[in-house]
Design a protein. Structure first.
Length: 128
């Protein structure tokens, strides 16, 4: 991958990371505000608790995404960015533009998903 494209991807990854960090901070602040507010009605209290939990789960998801971005930046710094971590082939630039922190080419990602589905078995439940 050319240096200019790598630098463009680095800037994109850093921008995405900053956006996600800001979103996580905002969601955590919203959840904390909800938890700190006194709720006069028991029904309102349950709704507030559920909403607070939802905001925390959303933040957890965003934190996972930040970790994926950090991993992509490490690969970029190490010279392996843009290579599939399964087969070692180059990941299509179109795929990287859609998902800049992806670790797998389309073929390997598809195989991994098929394997996960097979392990889950019918009805989406894990098989032993």
């Amino acid at each position: 991958m050319r240096e200019q494209r790598l630098e463009t991807m680095r800037q994109r990854l850093l921008g995405l990371r900053e956006e996600l960090l800001l979103e996580v901070r905002q969601k955590n602040a919203q959840a904390a505000d909800l938890m700190d507010q006194g709720v006069p009605d028991v029904g309102d209290s349950g709704l507030t608790d559920n909403l607070g939990e939802f905001l925390h789960l959303l933040s957890d998801s965003k934190r996972e995404e930040i970790l994926k971005i950090d991993d992509a930046i490490e690969r970029l710094n190490g010279g392996s960015y843009g290579l599939c971590q399964e087969c070692g082939e180059a990941i299509a630039i179109e795929r990287l533009e859609v998902a800049p922190y992806t670790r797998f080419c389309v073929t390997c990602k598809k195989h991994r998903e098929e394997e996960e589905n097979r392990k889950r078995g019918p009805g989406g439940k894990p098989t032993l």
